[in-house]
Design a protein around this ligand. Structure first.
Ligand code: PLP
Length: 375
């Protein structure tokens, strides 16, 4: 048995600190926003090197609140990738906007900045790059297009907290960044949580108002908003966990490198039977997921299932072909790189504390399967 993720191992050594933070917050009687959230916002802003951080209720709500603060409304087009989690595009739709998809790079499966310019229309307001699996989209190329066409960039950093593009943290390169603290993310809460970062003080203010029903002062509502507040209990846990994130991300990268070595040693990479995703030059990688591509992916899935090896498919279907888009649903062939990838990708177990033996077991199962299929 190899788990896809074992959160207990991630928490090893800091359980007592987490429990103490929970008890202290419980006894404080302050459960919504308050001093724990304010302190967490300060600490993570400093950690990222960004002027403003606003704690919110989830990564999804971070996207909705940020898009609303950026002024997205009916008919506004937002360019993004079809190869991502639903929340990225659904947030646009919820505000009446229209997600316009462009295909991904065949090596990295990240949004291809070279395709963005051709997708811009006079209704286009901005771009949401997704730093998928833990590495950054080519932000130099993307910022050049955005500047040329006067578009904002909202980074979806749900999978890449701690990754860097050059000297800057992912999420601090565009107009704003949206993060998730879903328990399985690299920095996970004990429930839902999220964050928006920006260097723009007016945008930060608007997001703070939107997070609390559009109110600047209690019971005075200047703009429409929602209940997008971060819980004090989650903030308290995140404050305990944040100082460990760099170590955890380094452990993930070390495990990923070891996968690469093992797969090459087994001769699986050379002839293309197993294709690890390419690295994006200019970015570091925090390996939220370690993803390989194989032919007969569904068969491999059955083999791993039978051998008790944790795995997941991110993502089995591209967003542009899905019904939630209604009249904006696309057609097969619109974004062929993403469509092909959906049939080939498979994520292997990766987390701090994953052992050598477990990795070797996963690689052995992979090797057995692809050898059987390819002979
Ligand atoms: C997890 C995730 C989200 C949503 O975050 P939640 O906290 O689960 O709402 C958004 N975008 C991407 C790319 C994600 O992986």
């Amino acid at each position: 048995m190899v788990p896809l993720l074992d959160i207990a191992r991630v928490h090893a050594g800091i359980e007592a600190d987490i429990e103490a933070a929970l008890v202290q917050t419980f006894r404080s009687g302050r459960y919504i926003l308050g001093p724990e959230v304010t302190a967490f916002e300060k600490e993570i802003a400093a950690w990222l090197g960004v002027p403003y951080a606003v704690g919110v209720s989830s990564g999804t709500d971070a996207l909705v609140a940020a898009l609303q603060a950026l002024g997205v409304g009916p008919g506004d087009e937002v360019i993004t990738t079809p190869f991502t989690f639903i929340a990225t595009a659904d947030a646009v739709l919820r505000l009446g906007g229209v997600p316009r998809f462009v295909d991904v790079d065949p090596q990295t499966l990240l949004l291809d900045p070279n395709l963005v310019a051709a997708a811009v229309t006079d209704r286009t307001r901005g771009i949401i790059p997704v730093h998928l699996f833990g590495q950054c989209v080519d932000m130099d190329a993307l910022r050049a297009v955005a500047a040329h066409r006067d578009l904002w960039i909202l980074e979806d950093v749900a999978q890449a907290l701690g990754a860097r593009w050059g000297d800057s943290a992912a999420g601090t390169l565009g107009t704003a960044g949206c993060y998730s603290f879903f328990p399985s993310k690299n920095l996970g809460a004990l429930g839902d949580g999220g964050l928006v970062t920006t260097a723009d003080p007016d945008l930060a203010d608007r997001i703070r108002w939107i997070r609390a029903h559009g109110s600047r002062r209690k019971y005075h509502h200047d703009i429409p908003g929602g209940n997008y507040r971060l819980d004090a209990l989650q903030a308290a846990v995140l404050r305990v966990k944040l100082p460990n994130l760099e170590t955890w991300n380094a452990a993930r990268a070390e495990r990923a490198e070891r996968y690469g070595r093992r797969l090459r040693d087994a001769g699986l990479v050379e002839d293309g039977r197993v294709r690890p995703l390419g690295l994006q030059p200019g970015s570091t990688h925090v390996y939220h997921q370690y993803v390989v591509r194989v032919r007969d992916r569904d068969g491999l899935q059955r083999t791993l299932q039978a051998r008790g090896i944790g795995h997941a498919i991110y993502y089995p279907a591209p967003l542009h072909l899905q019904a939630f888009l209604g009249e904006h649903t696309g057609r097969p062939g619109d974004h062929p790189v993403a469509e092909t990838a959906c049939g080939e990708v498979l994520a292997l177990p990766i987390f701090p504390g994953l052992t050598d033996d477990e990795q070797d077991e996963a690689v052995a199962a992979l090797a057995d399967h692809v050898s059987a299929v390819n002979t």
